[in-house]
Design a protein. Structure first.
Length: 360
């Protein structure tokens, strides 16, 4: 553990067993962590508060030298003791299986979703529910990333304790470097989908639309998950292209050049890619499920069913609407609400409140 003076009170920020930063939980942890670390010198000097990040060995040092680091180990799932108490402990996601340190102050958990409630397997739902209820019993304050998630927490877990809703930010990649996707022509219209392509992300709806719309090109991207690789190996549609493991520069290029962004996901706690696409002023097409209507608002178009004829009607209408003057500017204004600086400021304000500090 790296410490910066024993006199400071300490706040622990736990990433748990996150090892990769390319998914939604990783992006949340990275963006929030960077902003907390940037404020660490001020908090130490002004308030006598030091921040320690609790993470896997390979991520030690990720947030610079102005914060401390605690290493995750498997025994912390059973017993977690630190030499000095923590004034506050924040677990960045509800899948964190490590315990907060014994004797710490307020225990905060950010809940991103309760998507296990929508799993088709009764055993999977029971197993996750049992673990999540145990987590809630050792939590003092919950933050939900959407009102939908907050409602799930209250309704399904029976949570009656303190609860805040703090929306995620979403990066604006408009000014970033761009790199073309291999084999994708910039001068041909294409519809873009980005996800890990698990069944809950509903890539099948995109593929069924592609099969019924041979004149339109479809580009599906995401990490090289087992689900995504299986689809790439088995789908044989001439107008569908898979590009897996894309860089941020390639993602920015795809957002900038696509005709529209398809995200028919069935279970989401927030949904970062639709807002990233909106930063580019693109028409975004979402499932009317879980939190997506809350996040997309009036700036998105919605699938109420997923047969190809229905999705084609929604997409056609949205692409026509996108030709109207002012459409892109309105979509970009909606996306601007979801800002990582604003998100981090809300978390830091919560820390101050729970620590009994004056507003910063």
């Amino acid at each position: 553990m790296i410490q910066h003076g024993s006199a400071a009170q300490r706040v622990g920020i736990s990433l748990g067993n996150i090892g990769a930063l390319h998914d939604g939980l990783g992006e949340f942890s990275l963006q929030l962590g960077r902003r907390i670390a940037a404020q660490a010198p001020l908090w130490r000097e002004r308030d006598g508060i030091a921040f320690d990040f609790h993470l896997r060995d390979k991520l030690v040092g990720l947030f610079g030298d102005d914060v401390g680091y605690l290493r995750v180990n498997r025994w912390q799932r059973l017993r977690h003791v630190q030499p000095a108490p923590y004034a506050l402990w924040h677990s960045l996601h509800q899948l964190n299986k490590t315990l907060p340190p014994a004797g710490c102050g307020p225990r905060v958990v950010t809940f991103h979703d309760l998507n296990y409630l929508y799993h088709p397997s009764a055993f999977s739902r029971w197993r996750h529910d049992r673990r999540t209820r145990a987590l809630a019993r050792r939590t003092d304050h919950i933050v939900a990333i959407s009102h939908h998630t907050a409602s799930d927490v209250q309704r399904h877990l029976g949570w009656r304790g303190p609860l805040d809703v703090i929306h995620n930010g979403a990066r604006n990649l408009v000014a970033d470097a761009r790199e073309p996707l291999p084999g994708v022509a910039a001068d041909r219209p294409f519809l873009f989908h980005l996800s890990r392509m698990s069944p809950s992300k509903n890539p099948q709806a995109v593929l069924e639309l592609a099969a019924a719309w041979p004149e339109m090109a479809f580009v599906l991207c995401g990490p090289p998950s087992d689900d995504a690789q299986h689809l790439r190996a088995t789908v044989r549609l001439p107008n569908v292209q898979f590009v897996l493991g894309i860089s941020d520069a390639q993602k920015a290029w795809a957002y900038a050049h696509c005709t529209g962004f398809l995200f028919p996901s069935l279970t989401e706690g927030f949904g970062l890619p639709p807002i990233e696409a909106m930063h580019f002023g693109k028409p975004v097409f979402l499932a009317r499920r879980t939190c997506l209507p809350e996040i997309g608002g009036d700036a998105a178009f919605y699938f109420d069913s997923f047969d190809a004829a229905s999705t084609r009607r929604v997409v056609d209408a949205g692409l026509q609407a996108a030709l109207r003057p002012g459409f892109a500017a309105g979509v970009q204004a909606h996306a601007a609400q979801f800002d990582w600086d604003r998100c981090a400021a809300a978390y830091l304000a919560l820390y101050r409140r729970l620590l009994g500090l004056a507003p910063g």
